[in-house]
Design a protein around this ligand. Structure first.
Ligand SMILES: Nc1ncnc2c1ncn2[C@@H]1O[C@H](COP(=O)(O)OP(=O)(O)OP(=O)(O)O)[C@@H](O)[C@H]1O
Ligand SMILES: [Mg+2]
Length: 339
């Protein structure tokens, strides 16, 4: 049975996400197995790793995360395994490594594909022997750690290229968890939107009550290249900038329908296979051009109206539609700050 707590952490009602929650609970029950989480950026790899930890018997011990791409190989090695005083020039005092810090808990190795191959061999040794040896040390220190690794690369394809050791790949891939892109599990979108509307309302002191039908449809058909992180960020921007009572299609103009800029060449449009709603789409293009004109003129309505060749009063009226939060001008919007 899916625990209610996990339902509240890992949101989504698609079949795939329900199966993912069940898999997380299975993996959590087995306290040892190494897990390899793969998926595009923003699909929830770290969230999944933390959920496995939280649902497991290791929950009261530390969850230690390290991004393998964030440190040069030597530093990563000393941070992971620890070192003795004098092991290298800057080793002024003995230091415990991340493996020891995570003892009893979980070590999350993010962007594992970026780890150098010599370090991959050393990691494999630790995983097989369940002991670590400090740099410059002689003692093998036992560690009880579950390793969860993550990558947004096709790590299997790196093996024949010699960029990832096959023995480490198989050692990590005991439990593979692949997170599918959000565009391929559109069934999750409504519940994610609802979840983030509520949590962002609370965090930002907003009172957004929902989405218009058109806006919801557009959000469900959008391709979400940045996956769940992008969805959360878009909602956050809209709530901060517009403080809307209902999220309308006009709020999405810049985010979801943004036409290519003039600098990128003539406007080229594609018709999505499922078609689109012409009027809201055209309105979103109009809104974007108005926004650009307001930006270029630093919020001066008279100059912006001249740029767009429309009467000033027409522009004022259109602005009040685009900016329901009291019809703020571009300058006022910028002053509130874009996150
Ligand atoms: N199913 C989900 N339910 C709720 N929030 C989610 C879900 N999936 C992802 N998120 C949220 O989306 C954001 C990105 O998730 P996360 O950092 O886990 O992605 P990632 O796959 O590790 O991305 P990257 O490869 O860029 O590091 C986080 O704020 C996370 O809480
Ligand atoms: Mg991540």
């Amino acid at each position: 049975m899916v625990s209610p707590a996990l339902d509240e952490i890992l949101i989504g009602e698609s079949e795939g996400t329900r199966a993912l929650r069940a898999q997380i609970l299975d993996v959590a029950e087995n306290n040892e197995a190494t897990v390899l989480v793969t998926g595009e950026s923003g699909t929830g790899k770290e969230l999944t790793a933390r959920a496995i930890h939280t649902c497991s018997a290791r929950r009261d011990a530390p969850f230690v995360d390290i991004n393998c791409a964030s440190l040069p190989p030597n530093l990563l090695e000393s941070e992971l395994f620890g070192f003795e005083q004098g092991a290298f020039t800057d080793a002024r005092a003995r230091k415990r490594g991340y493996f020891e810090m995570a003892d009893g808990g979980t070590l999350f190795l993010d962007e594992i594909a970026e780890m150098s191959t010599p370090l991959q061999s050393k990691l494999l040794r630790v995983l097989e022997q369940r002991t670590v040896r400090h740099l410059g040390g002689t003692e093998d220190l036992p560690v009880d750690v579950r390793v969860i690794a993550a990558t947004n690369q096709d790590i299997r394809a790196l093996v024949p290229e010699g960029r990832f050791r096959s023995d480490l790949f198989y050692r990590l891939n005991v439990v593979p968890i692949h997170l599918v892109p959000l565009r391929d599990r559109a069934g999750d979108i409504p519940s994610l939107l609802e979840h983030y509307r509520l949590t962002l309302n609370a965090r930002l002191s907003r009172n957004c009550t929902g989405f218009s039908g058109d806006a919801l449809e557009a959000l469900c058909h959008y391709s979400w290249p940045g996956n769940v992180r992008e969805l959360k960020n878009i909602l956050e921007r809209i709530l901060i900038l517009y403080n809307p009572s209902v999220i309308e299609i006009a709020h999405l103009a810049r985010e979801v329908f943004s036409p290519p800029s003039a600098a990128a060449g003539p406007l080229r449009l594609t018709l999505p296979p499922e078609g689109l709603s012409l009027a809201p789409f055209l309105a979103s293009v109009e809104d974007e051009l108005i926004r650009l004109a307001m930006e270029r003129t630093a919020g001066n309505v008279t100059q912006a109206a001249r740029l767009l060749n429309v009467p000033r009063e027409t522009l004022r009226y259109k602005l009040s539609r685009i900016l329901p939060a009291g019809g703020k001008t571009g300058t006022e919007l910028r002053r509130q700050g874009s996150p």
